[in-house]
Design a binder for this molecule. Structure first.
Ligand code: FES
Length: 329
């Protein structure tokens, strides 16, 4: 009796083992085991909604960037909107890559394929892998919206560099007769400009943040001037004015080298840009004495009116800023 029971037990174990081996070979789950494709489908259903939300957030934030660029181009807000849009896009791609795309790696010994119809099971497996993505149309629409938003965010700033911005940059407020004023709008008297120091002046009544507006004003000994003949009258009493925008990369000129004893110094007074130390000779029409700047500082011809106030005697001698900005006279 005990021998018969033991034999029966062995038969049962053998049947179960053979059955499970057959199922594994066919790639089907064992009884009580969750089908991997079903597990993937369950996870993907939650993930695809998250990807849709993130893609729509990308589109919305990119549209905010475009709207801000046109209506209220505040640098911080623009950076925030674009940064959040790209962050949402990155998060959408990460979630899609990790949760929507099947992550299983299977290695199975296979004989060489003999006939094309043997590819059918592999094609079926590929198709099944994408079955978990249930909101494909919604995902496609959200991806399209996100793409359009990012494209608009990239295209609008590029479009802003067109002819409109060139016109805007090409205007300079300097005209003959315009008084020089300080930051507070007070006219600059010739007597205020002292040898050895410099001041910043603007055209009266103009926007002070206009790139072509600010000039630096210095006074030197008129006997030391080496201006070209056509500019002989541009520096009354030795007072000179040059554009404050460096011709290298448009930094503001903010240093002035003034020898304490010009008779013993080999180098004369010069305006210096702190960014890359381009140095401009004020005695010689803003000639580049040192540094990477490619051309002289534009000079503003000056005159002193009957009240002793400095006035422009014309427009700037040359384009303001780097040459690649175009003509801004
Ligand atoms: S920007 Fe002035 S030297 Fe470079």
């Amino acid at each position: 009796m005990r021998g018969a029971a033991r034999a029966l037990w062995r038969w049962l174990v053998a049947i179960v083992l053979l059955r499970s081996g057959a199922l594994r070979r066919r790639g089907r789950p064992l009884p009580g085991e969750v089908d991997p494709s079903e597990r993937h489908a369950g996870a993907a259903r939650g993930a695809d909604l998250a990807v849709v939300v993130l893609l729509l957030a990308t589109a919305l934030l990119a549209a905010c960037f475009a709207a801000l660029f046109v209506l209220e181009p505040d640098t911080q807000l623009l950076g925030l909107a674009l940064g959040l849009a790209l962050g949402a896009l990155a998060a959408a791609l990460i979630v899609a890559g990790r949760r929507l795309v099947p992550q299983e790696t299977k290695v199975e010994e296979r004989p060489a394929l003999a006939r094309p119809d043997q590819l059918a099971p592999a094609a079926e497996q590929l198709r099944a892998g994408a079955e978990g993505i249930t909101r494909r149309r919604l995902l496609g629409a959200a991806a399209g919206a996100a793409g359009a938003g990012i494209a608009a965010a990239a295209a609008i700033p590029v479009a802003a560099l067109g002819p409109g911005i060139t016109d805007q940059l090409s205007r300079t407020p300097w005209r003959a007769g315009r008084r020089l004023v300080d930051e507070g709008g007070t006219p600059v008297a010739a007597l205020e400009v002292r040898t050895g120091s410099f001041l910043t002046a603007f055209p009266e009544g103009a926007q002070q943040d206009d790139l072509g507006a600010a000039v630096v004003v210095v006074r030197v000994d008129p006997a030391m001037l080496r201006l070209p003949a056509p500019r002989a009258g541009w520096a009354p009493e030795g007072i000179l004015a040059y554009s404050k925008i460096c011709t290298h990369a448009a930094c503001a000129i903010s240093l002035y080298r003034s020898p304490l004893n010009p008779s013993t110094e080999s180098r004369g007074p010069a305006l210096v840009c702190p960014c890359h130390f381009s140095t401009f000779d004020v005695l010689e029409a803003g000639r580049v004495e040192f540094g990477p700047a490619g051309r002289p500082l534009p000079q503003l011809p000056l005159a002193i009116d009957a009240a002793g106030v400095l006035r422009a005697a014309g427009s700037l001698s040359d384009a303001v800023g780097p040459a690649w900005w175009g003509d801004r006279r």
